[in-house]
Design a binder for this molecule. Structure first.
Ligand code: C5P
Length: 224
């Protein structure tokens, strides 16, 4: 069957990566978590005390960053490597979540990430999730989905996910972080989070993961 590019954009924590992984497994496609790239860059900036408001510092730092997705047979998924080190767990921590949207608003950072994302899509057969995938990274993708869900539901989902790893986390902290990231992502100057004109809206507030997958596989059939 013809391989296509599927883009999944939307607000924080509306289940984009869950759906993207299911689709990739079902269709034998490659899944790329573009948010992991911005998170890894942010981790590098924090660890190396890079001031992302200073263009020369950012340019120098980016020239020292190598990002790679490496398959981990234990978890059964690709994990983010930063300069050869697996940082998959570290990039999910609040320290990174609190800063990632500021870093992702920097033009040079976006150019750096987008160029690599476009390279990964050259072979097609890819599902990529993020904020600007259907608008900027792959404006000609065959299937574009814009995901959304009620804020309370998104907060609850993210809380469950993070609380399993860190019992000190509070629901209030999660809600503030989601709202702040959505605000910055939607209002930044370069490639703000927007629904592409030709994207299909998927509100999964009331959908089970199984029903959602069935629905989207139908859209894939229609798109190929
Ligand atoms: O998808 P995830 O929530 O892990 O993304 C983390 C952050 O990375 C987002 O809040 C956003 O600021 C940034 N991002 C982006 N463009 C993308 C993917 C993520 O700006 N394509």
């Amino acid at each position: 069957m013809k391989k296509i590019i599927i883009t999944l954009d939307g607000y924080s924590s509306c289940g984009k990566s869950t759906l993207a992984k299911q689709l990739a497994a079902e269709l034998d496609y490659v899944y790329i978590d573009s948010g992991a790239m911005y998170r890894a860059i942010t981790l590098y900036f924090i660890q190396n005390r890079i001031d992302w408001n200073k263009p020369e510092e950012v340019a120098q730092a980016l020239s020292n960053i190598q990002l790679e997705f490496v398959y981990n047979p234990l978890s059964g998924s690709s994990e983010m490597n930063l300069n050869g080190e697996n940082v998959e767990h570290m990039i999910r921590e609040m320290l990174v979540a609190e800063k990632v949207s500021e870093v992702a608003a920097v033009g040079a950072v976006r150019e750096f990430a987008v160029a690599q994302q476009q390279e990964m899509g050259k072979q097609k057969g890819i599902v990529m999730d993020g904020r600007d995938i259907g608008t900027t990274v792959f404006p000609h993708a065959e299937l574009k989905i814009f995901m959304t869900a009620d804020t309370a539901i998104r907060v609850e989902r993210r809380f469950k996910e993070l609380y399993a790893k860190n019992k000190n986390i509070t629901i209030h902290e999660i809600k503030e972080n989601l709202e702040l990231r959505d605000y910055i992502d939607t209002n930044r100057e370069i490639s703000p989070l927007r629904k592409a004109e030709d994207a299909i809206i998927l509100d999964n507030s009331q959908l089970t993961p199984e029903d959602q997958l069935k629905l989207v596989l139908q859209w894939v059939d229609d798109a190929v």
